[in-house]
Design a protein around this ligand. Structure first.
Ligand SMILES: Nc1ncnc2c1ncn2[C@@H]1O[C@H](COP(=O)(O)OP(=O)(O)OP(=O)(O)O)[C@@H](O)[C@H]1O
Ligand SMILES: Nc1ccn([C@@H]2O[C@H](COP(=O)(O)O)[C@@H](O)[C@H]2O)c(=O)n1
Length: 227
């Protein structure tokens, strides 16, 4: 048995709504939250800050194992992401960092370096884990596995809105292109590719609201006797 506390694993492509839904489900259940994509993004940011080479896989593994990362609860009950003492909550969310993260994520040593750190999040009373390989690799015994998806066009549209709200100038065509490129790399890499885990419930959220998706995941938790 790898994971001790119950885990709800929510995997899927970029912009499908995993982060939003995971946070709402975790709040509703009073469970912990793992944003595993943030770990890959933080690593990408650290590599860029330190001007490191992405060719040296062994050094990247050590960095992945020991990188100084903190998820701090702020007063407004928001989570601030701190990398080596610097608040990078906004900086990690850019498309560029996501893109660099997905390149690092294809390196086996990087995934090995992050594996135990991710498993350590599985604490009582339970964990909602968001990523690409939560149900397939990190928490294969998770009692609930969700594969949350949506069309690339809908995901790009959502991302456009999200970035515009933050005041970032973005282009829809470029976003669709970037999302498709990242999907392609994540789904076709040799290690831990983005695929639905065996037994995962596939939810296509293209025509669903955030609340409708949360309700489906919550109903699954009730059905599985987790709450
Ligand atoms: N069902 C939905 N309907 C409309 N908008 C949604 C839906 N789900 C999520 N969104 C919005 O889409 C945007 C992207 O969602 P989110 O960041 O949760 O995706 P993600 O799957 O975690 O992406 P990534 O893997 O790149 O971090 C957010 O602005 C969110 O509010
Ligand atoms: N479990 C995971 C989580 C993320 N990745 C890679 O990181 C990139 C950024 O993730 P976001 O969810 O924050 O967008 C993503 O494109 C993946 O390449 C991963 O491999 N495994």
């Amino acid at each position: 048995m790898i994971n001790q506390a119950p885990v709800i694993a929510i995997d899927g492509p970029s912009g499908a709504g995993k982060g939003t839904v995971s946070q709402l489900v975790a709040e509703k259940l009073g469970w912990h939250l793992l944003d595993s994509g943030a770990l890959y993004r933080l690593l990408a940011l650290a590599v860029s800050h330190h001007g490191m080479s992405v060719e040296d896989a062994d050094t990247l593994k050590v960095l992945a194992e020991h990188l100084d990362i903190q998820f701090q609860q702020s007063e407004e009950s928001k989570v601030e992401i701190v990398l080596e003492g610097e608040i990078v909550t906004q900086a990690v969310r850019t498309e560029e960092v996501g893109h660099n993260a997905s390149k690092l994520a294809a390196i086996p040593e990087v995934r090995e370096g992050l594996l135990l750190r991710q498993r350590a999040f599985a604490q009582a009373p339970g964990l909602v884990a968001d990523g690409r390989d939560m149900g397939t690799v990190v928490f294969p015994n998770a009692p609930i596995k969700i594969f949350l998806t949506a069309s690339a066009e809908e995901r790009a549209q959502r991302r456009l809105l999200q970035l515009q709200q933050k005041g970032e100038a973005v282009n829809l065509e470029e976003l669709v292109q970037s999302i498709k490129e990242r999907d392609e790399r994540d789904a076709n890499r040799a290690i831990a590719p983005l695929v639905p885990a065996a037994g995962a419930l596939v939810i296509d959220s293209t025509d669903l609201s955030i609340e409708e998706v949360v309700d489906i995941v919550f109903a699954e938790s009730v059905k599985a006797g987790l709450i």
